[in-house]
Design a protein. Structure first.
Length: 341
């Protein structure tokens, strides 16, 4: 996106040895009736609340995050509500795979950390230092971004109880992890200190790292494209951003081996579409854009059709939305509602 809309610009501006990602928000979660099915029930997943950060009354940009709270809207963009209260400084919300918890990054008290809160807005707890939390599909681990001793962002995994931390990357700069639906792989961005890089994939233990995207040179990206912001958990395809880093780009999808790369959005430069997020049913993609000269949250079908605005006048950039999964059981049988912890 136009600088500074991309989440990579936000990271470049702040991630370092002190995790100075520069934004306080808070987050409070709404309760969903997600249920874990029994073996005798027919369970489907629907699309619940969309979480994002905002700071009404502030000038749009990364600096607004220090005043922000988490808000939610319904899948049609309505019923906008403040989702968190208390100290600002929380950002990058991420719903758990069953929609009953929300992980988020917090800059409260000038310390950047990962927290988890219940979907009722209760039972908030500290997990570990870091940003950009991404849930494993079984709800037992988080992939996070944290700087190494040289101040470069690296990817770690940690249990949701804050234990069993393991660093997965160490070469160059790496961030924006996202798990595969099976939980055996993690896609992520890898690049240089300037923020230029590509989408890679590795096994969830940090082995078998492989590059998926490569620079494209054409009229749109004459110096070669960068790729970033992968999203994967709820689809067998990876959605991502590609374009001119720090300037503009579009949403693409590809197969998990990097094949069948397809451009979905097609706004002329300098308009940009960024930060894709899959819906839990895998049929839609959220993204943020400034195509109408202001930051907005849009949604489209997974094939790129039917693009439409959901939320306008959003001030916190990058938005990095998260779409809550809601499971419903087509049976009268009772079901457990745990997140797999």
């Amino acid at each position: 996106m136009n600088n500074p809309l991309g989440r990579r610009d936000f990271l470049k501006a702040g991630v370092g040895a002190t995790l100075a990602l520069g934004s306080p928000w808070s987050l409070a979660a709404c309760r969903a009736s997600a249920q874990k099915p029994s073996s005798k029930t027919n369970t489907r997943v629907s699309n619940g609340l969309i979480a994002f950060a905002d700071a009404p009354g502030q000038r749009a940009g990364p600096q607004a995050t220090q005043y922000a709270q988490i808000y939610t809207i319904t899948p049609d963009g309505g019923d906008r509500k403040q989702f968190t209260t208390g100290k600002p400084g929380n950002f990058f919300p991420a719903w758990s795979p069953r929609g009953e918890q929300l992980a988020f990054a917090s800059a409260r008290d000038q310390k950047h950390a990962i927290w988890i809160i219940d979907s009722t807005g209760k039972d908030e707890r500290f997990i570990t230092s870091g940003v950009l939390p991404a849930w494993s599909p079984d709800g037992k681990q988080l992939a996070i971004t944290r700087p190494d001793t040289k101040g470069r962002p690296q990817i770690w995994i940690v249990g949701v109880d804050g234990r069993d931390e393991k660093q997965l990357t160490s070469e160059g700069s790496n961030h924006c992890p996202t798990w595969s639906p099976a939980g055996d792989k993690i896609a992520y961005w890898s690049g240089d200190a300037r923020g230029f890089g590509q989408v890679w994939v590795m096994r969830s233990d940090g082995t078998q790292k492989r590059q998926l995207t490569y620079p494209r040179k054409n009229e749109y990206t004459p110096d070669g494209s960068s790729a970033n912001a992968p999203a994967w958990l709820f689809s067998e395809q990876i959605a991502y951003w590609a374009g001119r880093e720090h300037r503009y780009g579009q949403i693409w999808t590809m197969n998990t081996d990097g094949s069948n790369q397809k451009q979905l959005t097609d706004e002329p430069a300098p308009a940009s579409s960024d930060n894709p997020t899959w819906s839990p049913d895998g049929k839609k993609i959220l993204f943020d854009t400034q195509r109408r000269k202001r930051p907005e949250i849009w949604v489209m079908n997974s094939d790129g059709s039917d693009e439409r605005v959901l939320a306008s006048d959003v001030t916190v950039i990058p938005m990095r939305t998260s779409w809550q999964p809601v499971s419903f059981v087509k049976s009268s049988d009772k079901a457990d509602s745990s997140d797999g912890e």
